[in-house]
Design a protein around this ligand. Structure first.
Ligand code: AMP
Length: 357
């Protein structure tokens, strides 16, 4: 399929990650088409075909129109992606979409995690808490993102309410980690098995949503350790494309929290900050092109949650890059991001205040 000179890539989804992949695709000799709904934000940069992503027949009809398929979200049903020419592969996506399977996979790869136990009924809490201790955090195994499907437990008496709150679906209980920092590592693995890494990124969350990413997080030993871990994951999965892993830093250890089999919010700064962005490297990897350099400069990315600041406000900061996804304002929704060179510390502090205030 891939012998054609200009590959046609189908993205399952047409949100902001698909939009930024499509924007990166313009500089490469690839054609991008997205499966989504009319009005989805990727329409700004690519053709969006109306496809119900829960309908396996519709997705396979979409896949028949392209050379290869990739994703912008791991929350896609396994039976929908069966038999597609899919990058990354269905196994990697299947692992990443289930927090319990994912944590067990980390352990199998020799990567530490928070203590965890499955919770399939309210009766499981007692035994699970013996493993995790308290406080703990209950997370739905599937479909959780941006802090959704998560409830914190301070004491055993919170268990019933937490179980009700998540809707009584299969869950994982995790011990709360007292971390020194949260970081992520983004890597790309090409078809030949070559791997490139970006520098570690420091991430700040609030209410389960990423607010700020600072690159690089400078710690040579942790960078080396994180690269070693991702190398194991990428090779075990025979992975092709961009993979992001979020870690808790505890002293000189890294505990894996979750992995994203796709381009990642904490890597948006690579558009302006790296020689090759995560979006371009993902497209390069999945189409069999050489991977680009990840040489980068220090940058800070601030997410715009709920609504975008007015253009006249951001225009007053000439060093700032503004990405408006063109999405309707809604509380808790990621509608855009701002990127600044890390040297612009006064402007960063000012915008952190404005965006979180
Ligand atoms: P997640 O959806 O798993 O990435 O969780 C969102 C955020 O909640 C993380 O980035 C952390 O800030 C926090 N969090 C999640 N799990 C834990 C944990 N086991 N210990 C401490 N903080 C956590």
């Amino acid at each position: 399929m891939m012998e054609k000179s200009r590959p046609r890539i189908g993205i399952l989804g047409a949100g902001q990650l698909a939009l930024m992949l499509a924007q990166a695709g313009k500089a490469l000799d690839v054609e991008i088409v997205c499966a989504g709904q009319p009005g989805d934000c990727a329409e700004q940069a690519a053709e969006v075909i109306s496809v119900d992503l829960d309908d396996a027949t519709a997705v396979s009809a979409f896949a028949a129109q392209v050379d290869l398929v990739t994703i912008e979200s791991e929350n896609i049903h396994a039976d929908v992606v069966q038999g597609l020419n899919l990058y990354p592969n269905a196994r990697a996506i299947g692992i990443a979409q289930d927090r319990l399977v994912e944590k067990r996979f980390f352990q199998e790869c020799g990567i530490g995690t928070a203590p965890f136990a499955p919770v399939d009924s309210v009766e499981d809490f007692k035994q699970a808490i013996e493993v995790t201790g308290l406080p703990a955090i209950l997370k739905t195994r599937r479909m959780g993102y941006d802090g959704k499907g998560q409830v914190r437990l301070r004491e055993f008496a919170d268990a019933f309410a937490a179980w009700e709150e998540v809707g009584g679906v299969p869950c994982i209980l995790e011990g709360m980690v007292k971390f020194d920092a949260e970081v992520s590592l983004i890597a790309a693995r090409g078809r030949t098995g070559r791997i490139v890494f970006y520098p570690l990124i420091e991430n700040h969350h609030s209410e389960g949503i990423l607010r700020t990413s600072i690159a690089p997080f400078v710690d040579a030993a942790l960078q080396q350790l994180a690269e070693k871990y991702l190398m194991v994951l990428l090779e075990k999965l025979e992975y092709v494309g961009v993979l992001a892993v979020e870690f808790f830093v505890v002293g000189d250890k890294l505990l894996a929290n979750e992995m994203a089999p796709r381009v990642h919010n904490s890597g948006h700064w690579t558009i302006e900050g790296a020689e090759t962005s995560q979006f371009e490297n993902h497209l390069r990897a999945i189409t069999g092109m050489d991977l680009g350099s990840t040489q980068s400069r220090s940058m800070v990315m601030l997410n715009c949650i709920g609504s975008m600041p007015a253009e006249r406000e951001t225009a007053a900061f000439p060093q700032m890059f503004r990405h408006d996804y063109g999405k309707e304002a809604r509380p808790g929704r990621k509608v855009g991001h701002l990127t600044l060179p890390a040297t612009e510390s006064a402007a960063i502090a000012e915008w952190q205040r404005r965006l979180q205030g």
